[in-house]
Design a protein around this ligand. Structure first.
Ligand SMILES: Cc1ncc(COP(=O)(O)O)c(C=O)c1O
Length: 383
């Protein structure tokens, strides 16, 4: 604890939380004597406490893994309060959280999350793929719902320590990885809609297999016009561009309806125009601009960066303002061959389900993720 913060407490300085103390997503206290604004302590990796589980489990056979069902032995937790700022980070046994039934996350969806993966290359080296982008996006999401922000480098340092401790859970088979789920929730016991005075940041890990266990397959999309996923930021100051828990539950019922009709996913089409994310033939790559409609995906950004390298080949096409949706899922590119919109139109693909753009991009992207193609995007995990 810094001497300044300690003296703030000892002298019983006025406690402030609420809109007046939330500036640009960071929480502050005001020194009642001097009026000086004091930032609360940020995440401190050097304070990490490690409590080893007394009941370690054996990782299950990789073949039996189903996405999101298996969790490793340890988790990272970091408490926050508007009085003390970020508290002691702890890596301890994975297990239930103790929450009061009145806490704000359970009533007002004060929760944000991220999704990232740790990969093990053929030499055993463990890496993350562009994790700085996840830290940045998590802070943007936190600001949007008045949860506390944090030093992204500090959280990343702790996440690397967690991954290092869980490294034996990263399956060795090709295409497998450890899914990392950083989450933040409002934990204040309070029935009322306000910035929470207490929060918990936690990170859990889950070993996962390849997205396409049977080999790559393009998917069928249902062009959804009856529902929206989340309101766009640009036109309505909505939440579509943030990774908030509240953006996901309303999509489950439309997803169920699409599945009943035989589609793997919804292609969310926005506005009365129902603009579609395709330009008609197999050698164009189309994605909406980042104008607050969609989540700024790390995969999206990476695909565009790779496509830009090939722009001279005439492949690259970006930012059609009429194009309002794109699909990918954590670090996975989905390629689609059929869409319900326009009477179930189908799109030509090669024998392996890929086209002339998707094949080289897929190869390059997955190579860089898994570490078989060296790149600056691959960040080593060290203890
Ligand atoms: C709505 C939405 N869009 C896009 C993505 C892909 O994001 P990223 O490429 O950063 O993993 C996700 C993540 O699963 C998502 O939930």
């Amino acid at each position: 604890m810094s001497s300044l913060i300690r003296s703030v407490r000892l002298r019983g300085y006025r406690r402030l939380y609420g809109p007046s103390s939330l500036l640009a997503g960071r929480f502050y206290q005001t020194d009642a004597m001097t009026g000086e604004v004091v930032a609360l302590p940020d995440i401190q990796p050097s304070n990490l406490q490690f409590v080893k589980t007394g009941n370690p489990k054996a990782p299950p056979p990789s073949k039996s893994l189903m996405f999101g069902h298996t969790f490793t032995d340890h988790m990272l937790t970091i408490p926050w309060s508007s009085v003390e700022g970020w508290g002691t980070p702890k890596i301890g046994p994975y297990g239930p959280l103790s929450l009061e039934p009145s806490c704000t996350v359970l009533h007002y969806a004060q929760t944000i999350f991220e999704g990232m993966k740790a990969y093990r290359d053929e030499h055993g080296k463990v890496t993350l793929f562009r994790p700085d982008m996840n830290m940045k996006r998590m802070n943007t999401s936190a600001s949007r719902i008045a949860l506390p922000t944090f030093n992204g480098d500090a959280l990343l340092e702790l996440i690397k320590k967690l991954i290092h401790s869980e490294r034996d859970w990263i399956p060795r088979e090709p295409g497998h990885s450890l899914y990392i789920r950083p989450t933040m929730i409002g934990t204040q016991r309070f029935i009322g809609v306000a910035p929470p005075s207490e929060a918990l940041l936690f990170v859990i890990c889950s070993p996962v297999g390849p997205y396409y266990p049977e080999g790559f397959k393009p998917i069928a999309l249902y062009g959804t016009t009856e529902y929206i996923r989340a309101a766009p930021v640009r036109t309505t100051k909505g939440t579509g561009a943030y990774k908030l828990g509240v953006n996901y539950a309303p999509g489950v019922m439309p997803q169920k309806e699409a599945a009943k009709m035989g589609y793997a996913q919804n292609l969310w089409l926005h506005g009365p125009e129902h603009y579609l994310t395709e330009k008609g033939d197999a050698i164009e790559l189309v994605t909406p601009p980042l104008d607050g409609m969609i989540l700024p995906g790390v995969t999206r950004d990476s695909v565009l960066a790779l496509a830009r390298d090939h722009a001279s080949a005439g492949y690259y096409y970006e930012g059609d303002s009429r194009c309002r949706s794109c699909r990918n899922s954590c670090r996975t590119l989905w390629i689609w061959y059929r869409c319900s919109y326009q009477s179930g139109r189908t799109y030509p693909t090669g024998d392996d389900g890929m086209g002339p753009i998707s094949r080289p991009i897929w190869t390059e992207l997955t190579g860089r993720q898994m570490g078989t193609i060296p790149s600056d995007w691959s960040v080593p995990v060290t203890a």
